[in-house]
Write a protein that binds this ligand. Sequence first.
Ligand code: BGP
Length: 493
Amino acid sequence: MTFKKDFLWGGATAANQYEGGYLEGGKGLNSSDVLTSGSHTTPRRMTWIIPETGETGSTGMGFGGETVFPKGAIPAVIDGEYYPSHEATDFYHHFKEDIALMAEMGFKTFRLSMNWARIFPNGDDESANEAGLAFYDAVFDECMKYKIEPLVTLSHYETPLNLTISYGGWIDRQCIDFFEKYATTVFKRYLGKVKYWLTFNEINCMEFAPFLAGGVLDPTAQNKAQAAHNQFVASAKVVKSAHEIDPNIKVGQMLAYQPTYAYSCDPEDQLLVMESMQTALFYSDVQTGGKYPAYRLKKYEREGIALEDTPYDYELLAKYPADFLSFSCYGSTTLTTHKEASEGSGNLFMGIKNPYLETNAWGWATDPACLRLALNSLYDRYHKPLWIVENGIGWDDQKESDGSVHDSYRIDYLRKNIQSMDEAVNIDGVDLLGYTMWGCIDLVSAGTGEMKKRYGFVYVDRDDQGKGSFARSKKDSFYWYKKMIASQGKNLD
Ligand code: BGP
């Protein structure tokens, strides 16, 4: 079986994990700039200062580390701490080389995110920062040179830090206007260069890591609900303005989604799975489906959550849903109410170990069926075009002295996942726009801040202490992916 001619094969990245160029060209601080590194066992932290006393410290960012800011503390970059995103893997100075490597693999698309604080350094500035705009002009020109279609995320775990400090992050409705101004600025500036946009990366991350998702400092249930609502309204508003600027622009939603299994046939386990799926699907029910689902409204009623909203918000949501639904999917999650099962881990969703599946060193279960299952569930629910914008496997790759990396485990993972995607498209008839493998050039892990959790087709010489030359070298998977794209997904050998 094969994929349609215009299928968008490629790779995905995010500014906060890849770009570097910290404060260069007038960039302001954003939320990811205050994240330290961590590991599988030690959660990343975010650093703070109490301006009145000068006291500094750190707190968790979700993902196993609870967020508790002391009174008077604001997030800040602290001397002597190591922040992996500041240089990341230096796309800022390597974009020509990297895009050429992508072109060599035959990429039809390249997913990157725009660093909001590079365009509006404080988030609420009167006018945009020209040096920041010019940087992305150069990047998109390079893409055009190779006929690579950019897919641009407007906010990938980044909120200008000033919006957090001065407004409390996305809990303030003014963020809707700031975001709309940012989005319309870049829609107009890159008209004719960028057709595909995504609003918020893994918007449902608001449940687990609201600082990452929306710069929210005080993660109460009320605040998370409000911040999510504001992002939904912002998303609808930018879909509206994108279509007014050019009806050909497509603005998609981005959801973290993976199939979830019940560990046993105990009905209690089935109910647990249902509730867990509602937690994720609430975000696509609103942003792609166009309205709040009953199960979430009831939950808010039970918990005494009252949204600051207007009737016009709901008109916007219904009238301007996302044009397509994109999602990340790395494997599956297994859940149980039975206490004796052993713990597992995974992308946003913690579960238990599935005895039928293998895991990588970070405990993420790889599941050959996951893409077929995910694609079918989402297509059945929304009947909208889908796009897999993240899939891949993190591994502590070892580089040989000649620069080669023999990543047969990655090839094996991709082969099975693409096979599963093929079945969803060619057997089940799902409408799929594209596939972008996560972290196509090695970059910093979002969950742990490590470099050693690598995903790429291209190895980058950079370690967890911030050392390395940033030299790029091709892994075995580079050649495999190139062959696979050239055959339109037919040659998986
Ligand atoms: C998703 C994020 C990405 C990416 C990926 C892999 O949640 O959208 O930013 O990092 O997961 O996760 P990690 O980097 O923790 O391995």
